[in-house]
Design a binder for this molecule. Structure first.
Ligand SMILES: Cc1cc2nc3c(=O)[nH]c(=O)nc-3n(C[C@H](O)[C@H](O)[C@H](O)COP(=O)(O)O)c2cc1C
Length: 453
């Protein structure tokens, strides 16, 4: 099976699981969310299933509903570095905010993770739409949606220029001649931009992958343009195959507009899985998980996505019809919720349930055969490179996926029997990028203007 015909699977590792009630499931421990060894065990299980990668989402703030469920807690690159030491192949992707970080720190952190893992690092650049994060950085009102993405674009340019600031053979290490580094092969980037001023070079040698994988996860206009320019992979939201085909067509068109090959990006829609040995058993499991979700949690989360007062949502009535696309919020999830509600003529209670354990992603409830067939259909359509797998409950749901769905995907000839490469780029079948000798155009003009050339 050629690499390019390979299905790709990433584990979207949301602490105890995708359902808000996952931590209350018998197989879950409430303390797991801050136990790094729990993350190591789960990553080892995903590696046993020859997943391409595990992904840790992140928010630089205490989640706004900690009373109900575990949240992203430990700093993700520390968790991934610990996982790197206990695994050999699985890719290690974590989120970093371009709004609440400096590019030099993030370039250094992910270059270090790439060295520590032998080339398995991936950086998911998000703009952090959540309001409460800003307050931890002295910012009362987060920047507007388009400003966040403008900053993210410059941030990505600077991070990549810093990764490229070393030539691969800069290390001399000549003890005789007392020459350690050939400084002619280490280049300052001297970036002067709208949001950042960064001298460089980075103080970490060029990463094993050249550049760690860059991921993006926002489906708005700005989000998709950002992905088309910078991302090697995207985490998307698609509730139907036609939606996924439309999204892929749109995104690939934007890559071509950026001078990239249309297939130079991997698309991973989220897929929440609830597995049973029979469909009835799977439906019963979903029912039990929902019974354990306090309905007010679902209501508050939906109100957060729609940016409305939870009191304005009546559980057994349809959504209010005066909802407006949040100018500064998470546009992807807003659009996803409205599409689901309109298509299914759902009440608020039904919509909360349709939102993949509350996450806004597509959910599939069924047997391993049903799930493998669904995955194969979407993969063979060409709309997706694979899936961002989101087990209902990590502890038992991932085990069921690895033990029962993965073997079926291998039998269908679409998924690897074993790893054939060592780096995340090998798994994603993406080449190691050549070093950009000069910073990208988006950086140079400002240099000239700064220098009054
Ligand atoms: C699979 C997936 C993972 C995400 N992970 C994070 C995350 O870790 N941290 C975060 O702040 N936002 C995360 N987001 C939210 C996106 O970054 C973005 O804010 C959201 O998709 C809305 O983007 P848009 O305004 O461009 O539509 C994620 C979104 C998706 C679909």
């Amino acid at each position: 099976m050629s690499q390019s015909k390979q299905l790709h699977l990433n584990l979207n590792f949301l602490n105890a699981g995708t359902f808000a009630s996952a931590w209350r499931w018998p197989t879950s421990q409430a303390t797991d969310y801050a136990d790094v060894q729990y993350y190591v065990r789960v990553a080892q299980l995903a590696e046993k299933g020859t997943f391409d990668s595990v992904f840790l989402a992140d928010f630089p703030a205490l989640s706004d509903r900690p009373e109900y469920r575990p949240f992203q807690s430990l700093e993700p690159t520390i968790t991934l570095a610990t996982i790197a030491a206990a695994t050999r192949h699985i890719g290690l992707i974590a989120t970093a905010s371009s709004t609440y970080n400096e590019p030099y720190n993030i370039a250094r952190r992910f270059a270090s993770l790439d060295h520590a893992s032998g080339g398995r690092a991936g950086l998911n650049i998000v703009t952090t739409a959540d309001k409460q994060a800003g307050r931890n950085f002295g910012i009362a009102q987060p920047p507007a949606h388009h400003v966040r993405y403008e900053r993210a674009a410059e941030f990505a340019d600077v991070v990549k220029a810093l990764w490229d600031s070393w030539e691969d053979d800069a290390l001399v290490g000549d003890k005789e001649a007392a020459r350690f580094i050939d400084t002619r092969k280490v280049h300052p980037i001297r970036h002067q931009g709208t949001h950042f001023s960064v001298e460089g070079a980075l103080n970490v040698p060029r990463p094993p992958q050249g550049r760690p994988i860059v991921v993006q996860a926002g489906g708005s206009e700005d989000g998709m343009d950002f992905a088309a320019r910078h991302a090697d992979a995207v985490f998307s939201v698609a509730h139907s195959l036609p939606d996924a085909l439309d999204y892929a067509r749109d995104l690939r068109g934007r890559l071509v507009a950026q001078g990239r090959s249309p297939h130079d990006i991997l698309i991973f829609p989220g897929l929440v899985t609830v597995i049973g040995s029979t469909e009835e058993e799977a439906r019963r499991r979903e029912e039990q998980l929902w019974e354990l979700v306090p309905i007010e949690y679902g209501l508050q989360r939906l109100a957060g996505i729609l940016q409305v007062d939870p009191k304005s949502l009546k559980l057994d009535e349809p959504l209010p019809d005066n909802l407006k696309l949040p100018a500064d919020g998470m546009q992807t999830f807003f659009k996803g919720a409205l599409t689901l509600a309109e298509r299914g003529r759902l009440t608020v209670r039904q919509l909360i349930r349709a939102q993949g354990g509350g996450t806004g992603h597509r959910i599939i409830v069924g047997t391993p055969e049903q799930i493998a067939a669904d995955i194969e259909e979407w993969f063979r359509s060409g709309a997706v490179a694979g899936f961002n797998v989101m087990p209902d409950v990590i502890s038992s749901g991932l085990e069921a996926f690895v033990d029962h769905v993965v073997p079926l995907l291998r039998q269908r000839g679409i998924f690897r029997q074993d790893y054939s490469g060592t780096t995340l780029r090998d798994h994603f079948n993406l080449a190691r990028p050549a070093r950009l000798a000069a910073p990208p155009a988006s950086i140079v003009p400002k240099l000239r203007s700064a220098a009054g050339a």
